[in-house]
Design a protein around this ligand. Sequence first.
Ligand code: PRT
Ligand code: MG
Length: 211
Amino acid sequence: MITIALSKGRIFDDTLPLLHAAGITPLDDPEKSRKLILDTTRVDVKLIIVRASDVPTYVQYGAADFGVAGKDVLLESDCMGLYQPLDLRIGKCRMMVAVRDGYDYAGAVKRGARLNVATKYVQIAREHFAKKAMHVNLIKLYGSMELAPLTGLADAIVDVVSTGNTLKANKLIAVEEIMPISSRLIVNRAALKLKSAELQPMMDAFANAVK
Ligand code: PRT
Ligand code: MG
């Protein structure tokens, strides 16, 4: 049996064509069904539906053989026991620093001001500002980062941006790109050794589908 951990929404939707290429079609739609374990057209493959940030955990402990997770999620989690063999080139977005429109970010950086930065991505933010030799207070949030500069909670946020519509709707502007983000296939290291005859052909099918 091969178990694949996926999150609902954009990752699930973007992974469907790759699954099809490996002959896998889920028998239920996770947006309609409340099932968390989905059978597929392949009797030897099932999908489990978990929170995006929990995907690495399921794969790390071997509760899933494969998973699909954003680079943002992977950089924030402990990736022990995980192998990341393939950039699936889906879920593309950019990790950005954003501020209230009109806020003089460049000036604040130049002055060496100590900024308050709100983010869900504390590790990525810490590393980014350390590289720039900027002192920041990181404020951990779990969502709706856009609200932080508007309410005075923070001077800046670090968040992923795709269309930029959410920033625009909240009168925020992106001032710095930290890195491009896409989703990766992740594999449990032990499973890859013990079940390589089962897992390797599926990895090859995914790799071909990405091309
Ligand atoms: O929602 P939940 O708390 O369970 O977790 P999650 O938000 O991490 O999961 P999900 O499913 O929303 O995102 C899964 C992965 O998709 C992320 O880990 C990213 O790698 C990737 N991804 C790609 C994105 C976006 N694009 C994206 N636009 N993740 C989030 N967003 C957010 C963005 O921050 C903004 O708030 O979507 C909103 C709309 O973005 P705009 O720029 O198009 O307006
Ligand atoms: Mg979300």
